[in-house]
Design a protein around this ligand. Structure first.
Ligand code: GLU
Length: 289
């Protein structure tokens, strides 16, 4: 035998052993093990690879917004934003118990992303240019609009025009707070929208103003007490906040969103949460900026 042939035989023998090992090492039955869902693989060094490897992801969301992110008796948040985050986690091969939920309020979303306290924020988070200076966004995955909540028996306020010169509650660091100042209302600001309800009840403010879908959730949670009036007067495209310049991660989340639109997971996520109160609308195409 030449040296070359010896080497080839050795390789063949090793392969045969390896194959036998795969088949179960001569157990005799020959039946194959049921194949589990293959673990997703990602380019080493990407955020996706790091998160998948860790088997965990930290998600910033709202804890007191019915329909989108609300911590109830279960102790974990529930809502449409929560379901969107779960879809992203599952595409990373991360189980639900590998998701660490962190409460983000409107004002701390950018800092929490910037200093790495969260990997992503899914929290009724409007994509805009100012925020894009310090963070990036995948999405949009939903289009909301600013609206008005008043006491159920209020007959005076019908649109944003009726808010001029009036005290109106909203939240620090939110887009609606800025818009209220712009239209000449007197913004009364707190940290979360539920903290606007007492001032509304007591008459300290005449209205609460933020996204229509948040207000719809608050109205549904407090049946008969409040009503949403007028038409939405801004556009609030909801995005998934992530670290600035992590383009691979942003593109990948956009791919996940598109897949979820197509295979029904997005609609299912909506129907089981916000869809219990609000109609389903076709999602906007992610912005590949
Ligand atoms: N979508 C608006 C924003 O991101 C209002 C809702 C909120 O504060 O979470 O500022």
């Amino acid at each position: 035998m030449t040296r070359m042939r010896i080497a080839l035989v050795a390789v063949a023998a090793a392969s045969a052993l390896a194959l036998a090992g795969c088949a179960g090492g001569g157990g005799g039955g020959g039946a194959e093990e049921p194949t589990a869902e293959p673990a997703p693989t990602f380019e080493p060094g990407t955020t996706m690879a790091e998160l998948a490897e860790a088997g965990s992801i930290t998600v910033g969301t709202k804890f007191d917004q019915p329909l989108f992110g609300l911590v109830g008796p279960s102790g974990v948040p529930e809502g449409f934003d929560v379901e969107i985050a779960k879809i992203i986690a599952s595409e990373l091969g991360i189980e639900e118990d590998g998701i660490e939920w962190v409460e983000t309020v409107s004002a701390n979303r950018e800092p929490f992303i910037q200093n790495g306290q969260v990997d992503i924020v899914v929290a009724t988070y409007t994509i805009n240019d100012k925020r894009k200076e310090v963070v990036d966004f995948a999405g949009p995955y939903y289009m909301a609009g600013q609206s008005i909540l008043v006491l159920a028996d209020n007959e005076d306020i019908e649109s944003e025009d009726d808010l001029t010169g009036q005290p109106v509650c909203s939240v620090t660091g939110s887009t609606p707070a800025a818009k209220l100042a712009e239209i000449g209302a007197e913004p009364v600001l707190t940290d979360t929208y539920t903290n606007c309800l007492e001032p509304l009840r007591s008459g300290q403010v005449v209205a609460v103003s933020t996204d229509n879908v948040i207000l719809a959730g608050l109205a549904a949670q407090n049946e008969g007490e409040f009503k949403v009036v007028g038409e939405p007067f801004t556009e609030e495209p909801y995005g998934i906040g992530l670290a600035k310049d992590d383009t691979e991660f942003r593109d990948w989340i956009n791919d996940v969103l598109e897949e979820a639109y197509e295979d029904g997971r997005y609609e299912e996520a909506w129907n089981s949460t916000a869809g219990t109160v609000l109609p389903f609308v076709e999602p906007p195409a992610p912005d590949r900026y």
